[in-house]
Design a protein around this ligand. Structure first.
Ligand code: BTN
Length: 335
């Protein structure tokens, strides 16, 4: 079910947020929005019910004045799109309390023609999909599970590059907002302290020589505690909260990821992945390390040497340099 906050409530809220550091008279809001003061008051009551923190005071003439303090921890579309322009990723958002998989839903929306940059986001997934047919643990109120619809004019073979730049965008948003040291385990696991904090699942609808659309699905462990991870995941997963010791602002993180990803995506569409390889290498946690991977149907072990200009991992396999373009790798001595 989509969140059902009304447009009037959002309009009143935006009037307050635009003047976030000062009190605003409800007569001013009423005038700006061309609605009655009674409607403004009703909207304010509803905003308080949603969990918005608003400070209120009355003037000597008994005029009510209100100041915006903080928003509730709800993935409201209007919160994510606040301050973003109409062309930006995350301006058009579908937000749900619960879905099967945001990637699956995003496919449907892409098929019906939703624009590039449309985001499908959920507070919880009941059938979250991971890479290689795995599931993605998606409990409520602690993570963000989102899928972005893209319509790049690229050959299908270049699509894996989108996963890499999505992972870099997540890693840099977390690093910038929470000052945590993030790394990427090729191709697209985002790690903090060697444990997985986020993953990317890129799916495409394509013909041989033409991409129809791409869905980039991003799952981030944000406010999970250790107890929120079930047995087998526990030893391999972490969250921003576990790593930093503090609850993180989910909206700010989603906005940060969308901004970083949008900038990288446009660069990718204009000039390919070459200009981003430096950042990808910089975040990579495996270069120079011994890894295990599957090669020509067998288990193999080698040294990760580099990431090439098409995003493939170059591995030294017994003196021979080979390139891997997908699949799962593990470090021989840890995660
Ligand atoms: C992985 O590391 O295996 C990739 C995980 C991707 C999970 C995200 S959550 C949002 C989107 N919807 C899904 O069903 N999966 C992706």
């Amino acid at each position: 079910m989509a969140k059902d906050i009304t447009q009037t409530q959002i309009d009143v809220l935006n009037e307050l947020k635009e003047r976030a550091s000062s009190f605003v008279g409800i007569d001013i809001i009423a005038r700006e929005l061309e609605i009655s003061k009674t409607r403004v008051k009703a909207a304010l009551r509803e905003l308080l019910n949603w969990g918005y923190q608003l400070e209120q005071k009355s003037t000597q003439k008994s005029e009510l004045r209100v100041k915006y303090i903080a928003s509730p921890d709800i993935l409201f579309p209007h919160e994510i799109s606040f301050g973003r322009d109409e062309e930006s990723f995350g301006f058009n958002i579908y937000s749900f309390d619960r879905v099967g998989s945001t990637n699956t839903l995003a496919h449907k929306y892409a098929e019906r023609g939703e624009a590039e940059g449309t985001v499908v986001i959920a507070d919880r997934q009941t059938a979250g999909k991971g890479r290689l047919g795995r599931s993605w643990h998606s409990p409520a109120r602690t993570g963000a599970y989102m899928s972005i619809i893209l319509r790049p004019e690229i050959l299908p073979t270049y699509a894996p590059g989108l996963s890499l730049i999505a992972a870099v965008s997540v890693a840099e948003a977390i690093r910038k907002l929470y000052k945590l040291k993030t790394a990427i385990k090729w191709p697209n696991d985002v790690l903090i302290n060697d444990k997985k904090a986020a993953g990317v699942l890129t799916e495409l609808s394509a013909e041989l020589d033409h991409v129809r659309y791409v869905i980039v699905g991003i799952g981030i462990n944000i406010n999970m505690t250790e107890a929120d991870f079930p047995g087998e995941i526990h030893s391999r997963a972490t969250s921003i909260r576990i790593a930093s010791g503090d609850k993180a602002d989910r909206i700010a993180l989603v906005q940060g990821i969308l901004s970083h990803f949008e900038a990288r995506y446009h660069d990718f569409c204009d000039s390919g992945i070459a200009g981003q390889i430096k950042a990808i290498r910089g975040y990579s946690s495996i270069l120079g390390k011994r890894i295990r991977f599957s090669y020509r149907g067998d288990n193999a072990e080698g040294t990760a040497v580099d990431i090439d200009e098409s995003g493939q991992l170059l591995v030294d396999l017994n003196g021979e340099r080979i390139a891997i373009s997908s699949g799962e790798i593990t470090l021989t001595d840890s995660y």
